[in-house]
Write a protein that binds this ligand. Structure first.
Ligand code: NAD
Length: 521
C-alpha cells in the first residue's frame, strides 16, 4: 500500500546551502555542454549525423547539446518498435508499471538540481521556475502510479445481474504519440509519456526542437528506472519532416499533444482522417493555448491582486499557457492597481537565469523574440505603454540573449489584438471595466478558456465567478499560474483544448478503453 500522494516540496533557495548546491549543479551541467544525444528506438541508442542544436536562450552562442534527428524511416521504425513492445507491455501487471514510475520519481528527486540546471540553460528558466518544473514531473510520476493502481488494479463495481459474473476493466489503447511543447520541457514531456505507459500503452516521444535535451534527460531517467525496450521511443526531429508524418501514421492509436492552438487544430484535423490500414479512430488529447485574465474588483485586497498579476504575467517571461496576459480592473480601482502593477514590475530583475537574483530570463529563441516584439509594436497602437517596451540594456545584449523587458500596455480595448491573441511572452494588456459585471463579460470574451483569476472579497461575486467565469482552472484570490498536480488538475475549455485535466483523477482514463465482460454462470 503506497502512502497517500503528496506534492513534492519546492526548493528553498533562501538557504545558503541550497544555493551553493544549485551553483554546483549549474557548474556540473555547464561542463557537459555540447554533448550529443542519440535517438532511442527499441532501447537502442542511435547516433546520426543530422542533429538539432539546442541553444541557451540567454547566451545563444553556447550550445547546450546536440540531439540526433529522426526522419520518416526512423519514425516508421519507432512506431514498429512501439507496436511490438505494446504486445508485451500491456501484459505487464499494473503494479510493475507503477513501480517504474515510482523509481523514475525517486531518480528525478535525487537529480533534482541537476535537472533544474539543465532547464535554466536550455529554456532560460529561473531557479525557482526550473525547480518547480522538476517537482511537477516528480508529482506526475507519483500521482499517476497511484491512479493507475486505482484504475487498473481493482475491479469496478457494476450493477449485479443474477446468474452472471460481470466485470469492467480499463485496458490500454496501443502505441501512441507524445508531443510536448518546449515550455515545461520536463513536466509536460513527463505527463504525456508516463500517463500512457503506466496504463499499458507504448509511446513515441517527439519532443519540441526547442527543448530536445530535456526530453533526452527524461528518457535517460526512465532507462535508469528500468524502462523495457520499445515502451518509450525518443524521436526528435524537424516538425516539417516528421510532424504530420507521425500524426498521419496508421499505426498511431492516440495522440497526446500540448502546444499552440494552430498546431493543435492541425493535429486534430489530420488525426480525424482514416489512413490505409488504420483500424481505429485516433484519440486526440490536446492541450492548447490561453489568453488568461485576472479580474480585480473594488472590494479586493489590491496589493495581493497586484502581486498575483505581476507573478502571473511575468513568471517565466509570460511563456506559460496559464500566464496572466489580461488584467481586467474595475473602474474604481483601475488607476491604483495599475500603478502598483507597474511599480512591482519595475522591481523585477531581467537577466541571465543562471544567476540566482534573476526574476525574468530570456525568451526561448529568435523566432519568439521577433513575434513578441511584433506584438509590442501592435501594442503601441492599441494601448498606452506604461512599462517595458524599450530595448534591453547593453549588458544583457552583449551575449546576444533574447531578452525582453516585462511590458505593460494600459487602456487596451477588450477586442484589441493584444487582448485577444496569445502572445506567449512578457506582455500584459490592462483593460478597464465599468464594473464587475462588465469585467466578467470581458474575461469570457475570448476563444480560449484555460485559466482565470478573480480578486474580490464579495462572496456573491466569488460565487458568480464559480458559475460564470468559463475557464478550466479558476483561481479565487490567488494568481492564475502554478497549478499543482492532484490539487489543481489542469486543462482548459474551448480553444484551450479537449477539456482534459492533467494531474487529475480522470486523466488516465484518456489513455484507456473500458471493456465489459459478462459471463453467464
Ligand atoms: P507548438 O504548437 O509550436 O509545438 C508543440 C509541439 O508540437 C512541439 O513538440 C512541436 O515540435 C510539435 N509540432 C509542431 N508542428 C507539428 C506538426 N505539424 N505535427 C506534429 N507536431 C508538431 O507549441 P510550443 O511553442 O512548443 O508551446 C507553446 C504553446 O503551448 C502555447 O500556445 C501554450 O499556451 C501551449 N501550452 C499549453 C499548455 C496546456 O496545458 N494547455 C501547457 C503548455 C503550453
Amino acid at each position: 500500500m503506497l502512502p497517500e500522494f503528496r506534492n513534492e516540496p519546492f526548493g528553498d533557495f533562501s538557504s545558503s546551502e541550497r544555493r551553493a548546491s544549485m551553483q554546483r549543479a549549474l557548474r556540473h551541467v555547464a561542463g557537459q555542454f555540447g554533448a550529443t544525444y542519440p535517438l532511442v528506438i527499441n532501447g537502442e541508442h542511435i547516433l546520426r549525423e543530422e542533429k538539432l542544436a539546442s541553444l541557451n536562450p540567454a547566451e545563444p552562442a553556447r550550445v547546450v547539446g546536440y540531439v540526433c534527428k529522426g526522419d520518416q524511416e526512423l519514425a516508421n521504425q519507432a512506431l514498429s518498435a512501439a507496436e511490438a513492445a505494446f504486445q508485451r507491455w500491456r501484459q505487464v501487471p499494473v503494479e510493475a508499471r507503477a513501480q517504474l514510475l515510482l523509481r523514475a520519481a525517486a531518480i528525478m528527486r535525487r537529480r533534482k538540481e541537476e535537472l533544474a540546471a539543465w532547464m535554466v540553460y536550455e529554456v532560460s528558466k529561473t531557479w525557482v521556475e526550473a525547480d518547480a518544473d522538476v517537482a511537477e514531473a516528480i508529482d506526475f510520476c507519483e500521482y499517476y502510479a497511484r491512479q493507475a493502481l486505482r484504475l487498473q488494479g481493482a475491479s469496478h463495481p457494476l450493477t449485479p445481474n443474477p446468474g452472471e459474473y460481470n466485470e469492467l476493466r480499463y485496458i490500454p489503447l496501443g502505441p501512441g504519440l507524445a508531443i510536448p511543447p518546449w515550455n515545461f520541457p520536463l513536466a509536460i514531456a513527463t505527463t504525456l509519456t508516463v500517463a500512457p505507459i503506466v496504463t499499458g500503452n507504448t509511446v513515441v516521444l517527439k519532443p519540441s526542437p526547442r527543448a530536445p535535451v530535456m526530453a533526452a534527460k527524461l528518457v535517460e531517467v526512465l532507462e535508469q528506472a528500468g524502462l523495457p525496450p520499445g515502451v518509450v521511443n525518443l524521436l526528435p526531429g524537424d516538425d516539417a519532416v516528421i510532424g504530420d508524418y507521425l500524426v498521419d501514421h496508421p499505426k498511431v492509436r492516440f495522440i497526446g499533444f500540448t502546444g499552440s492552438k494552430a498546431v493543435g487544430l492541425r493535429v486534430l484535423g489530420r488525426a480525424a482522417v482514416r489512413q490505409e490500414g488504420q483500424h481505429w479512430l485516433k484519440r486526440s488529447i490536446l492541450e492548447m493555448g490561453g489568453k488568461d485574465a485576472t479580474v480585480v474588483d473594488e472590494t479586493a485586497d489590491l496589493e495581493a491582486a497586484a502581486e498575483g498579476i505581476v507573478a502571473g504575467a511575468f513568471g517565466f517571461q509570460g511563456q506559460k499557457c496559464s500566464a496572466c496576459s489580461r488584467a481586467i480592473l474595475v473602474d474604481g480601482v483601475y488607476d491604483l492597481v495599475l500603478q502598483r502593477v507597474v511599480e512591482r514590475t519595475r522591481e523585477l530583475r531581467l537577466g541571465n537565469p543562471a544567476r540566482p537574483e534573476t526574476n525574468v530570463g530570456a525568451v526561448i529563441d529568435k523566432r519568439a523574440f521577433d513575434q513578441i516584439s511584433a506584438y509590442i509594436a501592435i501594442g503601441q497602437e492599441e494601448g498606452r505603454l506604461v512599462a517595458g517596451g524599450e530595448v534591453v540594456d547593453h549588458e544583457l545584449l552583449k551575449d546576444g540573449g533574447y531578452f525582453i523587458n516585462p511590458t505593460i500596455f494600459a487602456d487596451v480595448a477588450p477586442r484589441a489584438r493584444i487582448a485577444q491573441e496569445e502572445i506567449f511572452g512578457p506582455v500584459l494588456a490592462v483593460i478597464r471595466a465599468r464594473d464587475f459585471e462588465h469585467a466578467l463579460e470581458i474575461a469570457n470574451d475570448t476563444e480560449y478558456g484555460l485559466t482565470g483569476a478573480l480578486y474580490s472579497r464579495s462572496v456573491e461575486r466569488l460565487q458568480r465567478a464559480r458559475e460564470e467565469f468559463h475557464v478550466g482552472n479558476l483561481y479565487l484570490n490567488r494568481k492564475c499560474t502554478g497549478a499543482l498536480v492532484g490539487a489543481h488538475p489542469f486543462g482548459g475549455f474551448n480553444m484551450s483544448g479537449t477539456d482534459s485535466k492533467a494531474g487529475g483523477p480522470d486523466y488516465l482514463h484518456l489513455f484507456t478503453q473500458p471493456k465489459v465482460v459478462a459471463e453467464k454462470l
